[in-house]
Design a binder for this molecule. Structure first.
Ligand SMILES: Cc1cc2nc3c(=O)[nH]c(=O)nc-3n(C[C@H](O)[C@H](O)[C@H](O)COP(=O)(O)O)c2cc1C
Length: 191
């Protein structure tokens, strides 16, 4: 299985990366290929809401020339997508939100009344999240948002691993949750 990880934290050695590393290690041990894209290193402008992408049935058709379309190509080449992000104001970080807005439009040709292609249809998506407050009331909105995003795009939402981090090393329990998550998304994929 080919898994693309869209990494949305500004910290390459921070809480989210530490949790993600456990997930990736487990996936690699099981023989799955992973590629991580550091979104903070990329140029991803906000969606202009111009609808140009909807007027073009083939390809992405986005008028903005930045890294979003290259990332979208990687998404199309992969079997699963993992979004790894810290919670910022009850959602993902801004750069990840920019990407989500761009791809939900230029990969779903359905917004001008026509029944066009949903290019991410049948892809699997899951989440690796860290937060500073209680997960129950800090990761819930992003998780629900992404469940709806997946349904809207015809994708399968696979679940999440989310932990509260306060800059300390991961606990054994945190690591166990990350391993369990990796096992789960692989097992679900085979069903
Ligand atoms: C701008 C900003 C907004 C944040 N908003 C929230 C929030 O709404 N809820 C929450 O639980 N934690 C929030 N946090 C805390 C981070 O989610 C948490 O510290 C996370 O583990 C940081 O991950 P990182 O080390 O990968 O950056 C916020 C942190 C920052 C810097």
């Amino acid at each position: 299985m080919k898994i693309i990880v869209l990494f949305g934290s500004p910290h390459k050695e921070g809480n989210t990366k530490k949790l993600l590393d456990v997930v990736i290690k487990r996936l690699n041990e099981m023989g799955h290929e992973t590629e991580t894209i550091y979104l903070y290193d990329k140029k991803i402008k906000p969606c202009l809401g111009c609808f140009a992408c909807q007027k073009q049935k083939e390809g992405f058709g986005c008028v903005q020339n930045d890294d979003a379309q290259k990332i979208a190509e990687k998404i199309l080449e992969s079997d699963q997508i993992i979004l790894a992000t810290p919670i910022y104001s009850w959602f993902c970080t801004g750069v990840m939100k920019n990407l989500l807005d761009r791809i939900v439009f230029f990969m779903n040709k359905i917004y001008l009344g026509q029944k066009g292609t949903k290019m991410m249809k049948s892809k699997k998506i899951s989440l690796v999240i860290t937060c500073g407050l209680e997960p129950k009331t800090s990761t819930d909105l992003f998780e629900r948002g992404m469940m709806r995003f997946a349904i809207h795009c015809g994708m399968f939402y696979m679940g999440s691993v989310h932990i509260k981090c306060v800059g300390k090393p991961l606990t054994d329990e945190n690591k166990k949750s990350a391993v369990k998550f990796a096992d789960f998304i692989v097992k679900q994929d085979m069903q």
